[in-house]
Design a binder for this molecule. Sequence first.
Ligand SMILES: NC(=O)c1ccc[n+]([C@@H]2O[C@H](COP(=O)([O-])OP(=O)(O)OC[C@H]3O[C@@H](n4cnc5c(N)ncnc54)[C@H](O)[C@@H]3O)[C@@H](O)[C@H]2O)c1
Ligand SMILES: O[C@H]1[C@H](O)[C@@H](O)[C@H](O)[C@@H](O)[C@H]1O
Length: 333
Amino acid sequence: MSLGIGIVGAGVMGGDHARTLSRSVHGARLVALADADRERAAAVAAEAGGPRLHAEGRALVEDPQVEAVLVASPDATHQELVLACLAAGKPVLCEKPLAPTAAACLDIVAAEVKLGRRLIQVGFMRRFDPGYVAMRAALAEGRIGAPVMMHCLHHNAGVPPWFDAGIVVTNSAVHEIDVARWLLDDEFVAVSAFLRGTDGGAPGDRQFLVLETRRGVLVDVALFLNARYGYDVRAELVGETGTVALRPQAPAELRQAGLQAIGLAPDWRAHFAAAYVNQLQAWVDAIRRGTPTGASAWDGYVASATADAGLEALRTGGRTAIALQPRPAFYGG
Ligand SMILES: NC(=O)c1ccc[n+]([C@@H]2O[C@H](COP(=O)([O-])OP(=O)(O)OC[C@H]3O[C@@H](n4cnc5c(N)ncnc54)[C@H](O)[C@@H]3O)[C@@H](O)[C@H]2O)c1
Ligand SMILES: O[C@H]1[C@H](O)[C@@H](O)[C@H](O)[C@@H](O)[C@H]1O
């Protein structure tokens, strides 16, 4: 019998996950969708097999037909919904960030540890992207020697005006924070942050972060969230004997009028399409097998604690140490 999934949020990501689930994932079906915006929910439902509709996330979590929950509502709603899933004993894939602050993430971690069962996966989908997976494999196979530096670039075509300097860190840079620590299998100990002026974009839409790991690897992240020309994510890992980088993703290359060009996706949905499919399939398979996969609630906490230190570095203009709570044995390692 396939797994009954409920999705909270029928916006950009909830809609995308609903379509991915109904078209590209085996072993699960979308049985419910929740959004206060009925029209939006109905439009998504019509494209995704006609799940039943709820006006609010909590009602969906309690729906007996829902065996597992995907939270794709705004960041500020995650904590309450994930805690409700734990209380109901239902596995949950929560979009990143697990919660907007480290303190909120720690509450979630404490609740999961108390329950004694790993039910939470955080939607850091880059861990399932074929490009990052290949980079990690090259490092693990010793192809580039010991890691020394990692260069990351994260450009959005545009963001709404409420996307301030802090949200750039907690909502966007948090992807690089998670994927770099996963790739390097290392922990960040300090962060420095630099803001640069804007050219008609939201204040804080251009930032440069420098993160330092316990083993001394330097990771830089250049962010520009109103870059206009398209969605652009790059990464290159520099080792002692070579480098490995993400390749541009394009099905074809144009040569015309003196140009050699590839197209860029308008946003993350097309750019990371394979990662979203792989993440959802891995989540469903993991629930059916009974062994967790992907980023844990602890990883969600570490990413948000590192982002919090990034916010402090932005405020003070100085290098900020990252202080993590001791890792519960429950999360292994
Ligand atoms: N992994 C990624 O690459 C990625 C990309 C974009 C967004 N996100 C994350 O996904 C989440 C959603 O982002 P989005 O861009 O889809 O936002 P969105 O604003 O497009 O959609 C959010 C939807 O949630 C609904 N909603 C709000 N509170 C709710 C509640 N309590 N119960 C049910 N529905 C509720 C809203 O009405 C809205 O339709 C955010 O946490 C965001 O950070 C992740
Ligand atoms: O919420 C989105 C999403 O997480 C994307 O994956 C990221 O690239 C964007 O910068 C962010 O605004």
